[in-house]
Write a protein that binds this ligand. Structure first.
Ligand SMILES: Cc1cc2nc3c(=O)[nH]c(=O)nc-3n(C[C@H](O)[C@H](O)[C@H](O)COP(=O)(O)O)c2cc1C
Length: 362
């Protein structure tokens, strides 16, 4: 029987347990994305709370574009020293830390009109209605290069790995999506072409960080609407990523805010689950690839998580909102208090004054 609290390998990262803090934008940096005391405190609490692997909030790879305020930056070398302090702090508590890196894009209402926002094609984002600029080949090369350099900076800062954010309707996800990507060049049309942007990012980053540095990718299982990226396509993308040497894949959805109300609905033949919304999708993928799969979304009960661990090939369990409510959740479970999470998944954790649990931590 597999155990949630056993030492486990994710690529060449040795984790003390199978719990991951899923990337969670905190909205607590300085205006230009630098660390604050508040943020160091949050990461210290998570590490003390025995999270095996902490994934940072998404960090922007170019200075001129960020989809939200208060995001961490990784767009130049000025961040390296402060992130060394962060990674040292986390390592002191025997926890590991991976930096998530992202280019936002049109899933934003933040300062729209004050900057150029890239997109694969001029298709408004379904929720925000924001329209982006269809990228030229030079602009694609520029963003590919920015991701690769951000990966190298993550390595230089002592992060145990880097996660490319390819989910949640951000730019990479839009390139993968037949709904958002209407390009007629080598980056659009067939799935092979739609994958090209992600693959170029990964490959250039791999060249810069070397074979041994862990690179993870976060993907959406399905876009959960007609005309969007399908689960069948996501499976093919995962196989390709494995072939190229990606160290692990986190399977998410675009819909975590809404997922609770969609439990029981089926998309692409599989169901959104009450416990671990997207785990059924992650499980199918975990049976088709040999690299570790992390499931994220709606995990609340350690007994159910243990069951998923033992009945599937999923190795890692990522949690976001419940750790805003209880940063010591994993330690609490480990110490024997197996009550489910306190978080009620209301998604009211995003505020103008930082993202925190507004229900229990007023
Ligand atoms: C406040 C907040 C910030 C988030 N920031 C990020 C992020 O930076 N990158 C990311 O990939 N997902 C982000 N997410 C999504 C979470 O990582 C996670 O996929 C989602 O909340 C579902 O997990 P949960 O049910 O455990 O909360 C965020 C979610 C919340 C609530």
């Amino acid at each position: 029987m597999k155990n949630l609290f056993e030492k486990t390998q994710l690529g060449n990262i040795t984790l003390k347990n199978r719990f991951v803090r899923s990337a969670t934008w905190e909205n607590m940096t300085t205006e230009d994305g630098h660390m604050t005391d508040e943020l160091y405190k949050i990461y210290k609490e998570l590490a003390k709370g025995e999270v095996g692997l902490i994934i940072t909030g998404y960090a922007n790879v170019v200075q001129e574009e960020q989809p939200n305020p208060g995001m961490m930056g990784i767009y130049n070398d000025s961040f390296i020293d402060e992130y060394k302090k962060l990674t040292d702090l986390v390592h002191k508590y025997d926890s590991k830390i991976v930096m998530q890196i992202a280019y936002g894009g049109t899933k934003t209402k933040y300062n729209v009109g004050q900057r150029i926002i890239f997109a694969p094609s001029e298709v408004p984002e379904r929720g925000t209605k924001t329209l982006g600029k269809s990228m030229t080949k030079e602009e694609i090369d520029y963003i590919v290069d920015a991701f690769a350099k951000a990966g190298k900076r993550s390595k230089d800062s002592g992060f145990d790995g880097v996660e490319i954010h390819g989910a949640h309707t951000y730019l990479i996800n839009q390139f993968l999506s037949p709904y958002y990507n209407k390009r007629e060049d080598e980056y659009g049309g067939s799935l092979e072409n739609r994958m090209r942007f992600l693959i170029e990012i990964y490959s250039k980053m791999r060249e810069m960080v070397g074979r041994d540095y862990p690179i993870l990718v976060k993907l959406t299982a399905s876009e959960f609407f007609d005309g969007g990226l399908t689960f069948e396509e996501t499976k093919i993308i995962c196989k390709k990523l494995e072939e190229l040497g990606v160290d692990g894949i986190e399977i998410s959805g675009n819909i975590h805010g809404k997922a609770k109300s969609m439990v029981g609905q089926s998309f692409d033949g599989y169901e959104i689950k009450k416990e671990g919304y997207f785990f059924e999708y992650g499980n199918i993928i975990s049976n088709e690839v040999d690299i570790p799969i992390i499931t994220v979304g709606g995990l609340t009960n350690i007994n159910n998580i243990e069951k998923i661990l033992n009945e599937t090939n999923i190795d890692f369990f990522a949690i976001s909102r419940p750790l805003l409510t209880e940063p010591n959740l994993i330690k609490r479970w480990k110490d024997g208090n197996k009550e489910p999470v306190k978080c009620v998944r209301c998604s009211k954790c995003r505020t103008a004054n930082g993202n925190y649990c507004t229900i229990f931590n007023k």
